[in-house]
Write a protein that binds this ligand. Structure first.
Ligand code: SF4
Ligand code: SF4
Ligand code: SF4
Length: 360
């Protein structure tokens, strides 16, 4: 296993309206409790990670959550020191950005973290779903923290969850990305059987949004947003112009469960952090199972997944770049392991669109 997505804590200081993880957030947990929980398990977590990495000589460790920066920077620093003394590790963090301080910046510098921040757009309105547990928009705080990162010359990427609040707001978003020189991923929020779907765009709404933004970028003679700044655009063009292009994201792989695993501070392992606390994707506790047992469970899950997907997607011309899309998205929408992602139509349409647009 080369990438551990670590559930640093279940708790979060935000309550984003579309969050797939809201049911796992415990409102009683404070920064202090999250830190103590991590600290008390620190040596076990190191052992768990080493066991999961197995024989590889280089590992990736992503601090995820909930909100990972609820755990004190000193404790994270101690953990990174011990883990990286055992194996070369590439550390990353996916954070809502609100809790970044100089202590975390020092940590990011020391261990060369890849930093991902979540922010939904150019202003409070577009960021309207990302609100604090106590209420209030997180936009201004995140912008001030991004400025701090820039001052300290920490590179970071921004994940934007595209939702109904972005309808007809493409120009503001484009200017924001250009003026702030942001490297970003844009991805639509996905519907779920149990969550609040009121902000999920329809297929037509998302296609309109994406194409409008793409056209701004493609037709921009000054190239205010550079190639690669919006990763989805660069990947779409690459997939059209390069023969044998392979997108390396987990969502474009036929075996994401072989490469990624979700681990928590108690040793619980799940197929993916987005599928945490769902029985169908629970492997067990790594502290009382062998790696062979784990591998057997992963293989069984993959067989189940691939059987369904080959039936549904085997004849699709996008198969090599999609493999049915993200399992977690499909499961949260349909409750089935072998179902293709609800973004199937979007993917097909955008590929046809890019072929016409780029090759014409
Ligand atoms: S910051 Fe992330 S984990 Fe926290 S509520 Fe928002 S989407 Fe959920
Ligand atoms: S379920 Fe989705 S998010 Fe999770 S590892 Fe697979 S493709 Fe990635
Ligand atoms: S585009 Fe749709 S049919 Fe084709 S592989 Fe992806 S999910 Fe399956």
């Amino acid at each position: 296993m080369h990438t551990i997505v670590f559930r640093t804590t279940n708790e979060c200081n935000l309550r984003c309206k579309y969050c797939y993880d809201n049911s796992n957030h415990d409102s009683k947990i404070s920064k202090r409790i999250a830190t103590d929980n991590f600290f008390n398990n620190l040596d076990y977590i190191v052992k768990d990670a080493i066991k999961l990495y197995g024989n590889i000589n280089y590992g990736k460790f992503i601090f995820h959550g909930g909100e990972p920066l609820l755990v004190d920077a000193k404790v994270l620093n101690e953990f990174c020191k011990i883990l990286s003394s055992k194996l070369p590790i590439e550390f990353s963090v996916q954070t809502n950005g609100t809790l970044i301080t100089k202590d975390y910046i020092d940590l990011f510098k020391k261990y060369k973290f890849k930093v991902g921040i979540s922010l939904d757009g150019a202003n409070e309105e577009q960021n309207g779903a990302r609100i604090y547990k106590e209420g209030g928009n997180s936009f201004n705080t995140v912008i001030s923290k991004m400025n701090l990162l820039k001052q300290e010359q920490i590179k970071f990427g921004v994940i934007m969850s595209i939702n109904k609040l972005h309808i007809n707001r493409e120009q503001e978003l484009y200017d924001f990305i250009a003026n702030n020189e942001i490297n970003t991923n844009i991805r639509p929020i996905f519907p779920s059987l149990s969550g609040d779907n009121s902000l999920v765009m329809s297929t037509t709404e998302y296609l309109t949004f994406f194409k409008n933004l793409f056209e701004m970028w493609y037709n921009d003679s000054e190239k205010r947003v550079k190639t690669g700044q919006i990763l989805e655009f660069a990947n779409l063009v690459r997939s059209v112009v390069l023969d044998n292009y392979t997108n390396r994201c987990c969502e474009c792989s036929p075996n994401c469960f072989m490469n990624f695993i979700s681990l928590d501070a108690s040793g619980e392992v799940y197929a993916c952090n987005r599928l945490y606390n769902i029985n169908d994707f629970y492997y067990g506790n790594i502290r009382n199972m062998s790696i062979e047992e784990l591998e057997n469970k992963i293989n069984r899950l993959l067989e189940l997944r691939n059987k369904g997907i080959e039936e549904k997607c085997g004849n699709c011309k996008e198969y090599r770049n999609c493999y049915g899309g993200c399992v977690a998205e499909a499961y949260s929408q349909f409750g089935l392991i072998g179902e293709k992602s609800g973004f199937c139509e979007i993917r097909k349409e955008l590929n046809d669109y890019a072929k016409k647009r780029v090759l014409m």
